[in-house]
Write a protein that binds this ligand. Structure first.
Ligand code: FA5
Length: 355
C-alpha cells in the first residue's frame, strides 16, 4: 500500500466513522460503531499496520501522523457523543422521577386519636381540680378488681361485669376502680385525690359496647369529703367538657363499692334538655339522642363504701371519700355524635380525619 492509498482510505473511512458514531442514539449503538471502526478489525488498525510496510522513512512518518490524527479525532468524537448520550439518559431518568409541573402532594400529618383527645381533656379538667395521675395494671388480681371492692367470690354483683379470667385469681380488669384501692394503699395519707385513665375489658360487644374500652376513674378521700363535693366536682366537670349550659342529674343506683351510689346523667346538649327539637330530631319531633328524656347517662359514682376504705388501709371513722368512673368512648360518642363504638377501633382514616 502507498502513502496516497492510506491517505485516501483514511479520508473516506473517517467521514464514514464520524457519521456512524454521530448517528448512534444509545450506548449500545455507539459501542457497536466503536468496535466496528476503532476495534481490532477496524480500518484504523489496518491502516496502522500498513504504515510499517511503507517504503521510505518520510512516508512512514507522514502516514503515521495522519493515522494518529484520525485516531485522535475519532476517539474525541466518540467520547463527546458518549457524554451526550449519557447526559440525555440522565435527563430522561430525572424527568421520569421529577415532574415539576405536577401539583404538590401534601404529606399527611399524624394527630391524636379522638379517644386520646377526649381522655386528655377529661384528665386536664381533673388535673385543674387537683387530681393527681395514678396507674394500675390491666392484668389484675381478683382481689383488687373484685374482693377489695366489696365483691367476694360468688357475690351476685360480679355478674354486672362479664369478666375475662386469666385463671382463678387473675383477670383482665373490668374497670379502673381497682386503682382506687391501689392508690389508697400506696399513698396511705389523706388527702388522696387521684385520676386514673386506662384500658378495661369485658365480654361485651354491640354498637355501644366494646370488649376493650377506656375509663377514667376519679377518687377523692379526706376528712370532710361530702356528697355535695361530689356533685360540685361533677358539675364543673360536665360544664368544662360539654359546655357551660350542661347540667348534671344524679340518679340513685347501686355499686358494691360506693354507698350511696348514683348514675350521673348529663342534660342533653342536642335538645337542651327539653326532649324535643335539636340536631338529633326524630321523625316524631322527639330528640333521638336522649330518647326524649332530656338526659344522657355518662358515668357511675358514689361515696366510697367504708369497707373499701378499710381494704385500702384507711380508717372509715375518720375519713370519707367519693369516686366516679367515666366511660371515655361514651363521652367521645356524645361529644361528636358517633353512632357506633367500633368506629373508634377500626383505624379508618376517613373516620379519624374528621376530628
Ligand atoms: C363501673 O365500671 C364502675 N367501676 C364505675 C364507678 C366508679 C362507679 C367509681 C362508682 C364509683 P359501669 O359498669 O357502669 O361502672 O361502667 C362505667 C361506664 O363505662 C359506663 O357508664 C359506660 O360509659 C362505660 N362502659 C361500660 N361497659 C362498656 C363497654 N363494654 N364498652 C364501652 N363502654 C362501656
Amino acid at each position: 500500500m502507498t502513502l496516497a492509498e492510506i491517505e485516501q482510505i483514511l479520508q473516506r473511512s473517517v467521514d464514514q466513522a464520524l457519521s456512524a458514531l454521530g448517528a448512534a442514539t444509545t450506548a449500545d449503538e455507539l459501542e457497536h460503531s466503536r468496535v466496528h471502526y476503532l476495534g481490532q478489525k477496524g480500518f484504523l488498525t489496518q491502516a496502522k499496520k500498513s504504515v510499517g510496510q511503507l517504503a521510505t522513512v518520510d512516508d512512514k512518518k507522514q502516514a503515521g501522523k495522519l493515522v494518529n490524527e484520525a485516531d485522535a479525532r475519532l476517539r474525541k468524537a466518540y467520547d463527546d457523543h458518549k457524554e451526550r448520550i449519557e447526559a440525555a439518559l440522565r435527563e430522561a431518568e430525572l424527568a421520569e422521577r421529577w415532574d415539576v409541573t405536577l401539583p404538590g402532594r401534601r404529606s399527611l400529618r399524624g394527630k391524636r386519636h379522638p379517644l386520646t383527645m377526649t381522655a386528655d381533656d377529661i384528665l386536664d379538667v381533673l388535673g385543674s381540680l387537683g387530681f393527681m395521675r395514678a396507674e394500675g395494671p390491666e392484668i389484675e388480681h381478683d382481689w383488687y378488681n373484685f374482693e377489695a371492692l366489696n365483691m367476694p367470690r360468688e357475690h351476685p354483683a360480679r355478674d354486672m361485669q362479664d369478666t375475662f379470667y386469666i385463671d382463678d385469681d387473675v383477670v383482665l380488669r373490668t374497670h379502673t376502680s381497682p386503682v382506687q384501692v391501689r392508690a389508697m394503699l400506696a399513698l396511705a395519707r389523706p388527702p388522696i385525690r387521684v385520676a386514673c385513665y386506662g384500658r378495661v375489658y369485658r365480654n361485651d360487644h354491640d354498637i355501644t359496647h366494646s370488649p376493650m374500652f377506656h375509663q377514667v376513674e376519679g377518687l377523692y378521700v379526706d376528712e370532710t369529703v361530702t356528697f355535695g363535693d361530689l356533685k360540685g366536682t361533677l358539675q364543673v366537670f360536665v360544664e368544662r367538657i360539654f359546655g357551660a349550659r350542661s347540667k348534671v342529674r344524679l340518679r340513685p343506683s347501686f355499686f358494691p363499692f360506693t354507698e350511696p351510689s348514683v348514675e350521673v346523667d348529663l342534660s342533653c346538649f342536642s335538645c337542651g334538655g327539653s326532649g324535643s327539637g335539636g340536631a338529633a330530631l326524630g321523625d316524631d319531633g322527639r330528640c333521638r339522642l336522649c330518647k326524649a328524656t332530656g338526659w344522657i347517662e355518662i358515668m357511675g359514682a358514689g361515696m366510697v363504701d367504708p369497707e373499701v376504705l378499710r381494704f385500702g388501709g384507711l380508717d372509715p371513722d375518720k375519713l370519707t371519700g367519693f369516686a366516679f368512673g367515666i366511660g371515655v368512648e361514651r363521652v367521645a360518642m356524645l361529644r361528636w355524635g358517633v353512632p357506633d363504638i367500633r368506629l373508634f377501633f377500626e383505624n379508618d382514616r376517613r373516620f379519624l380525619q374528621q376530628f
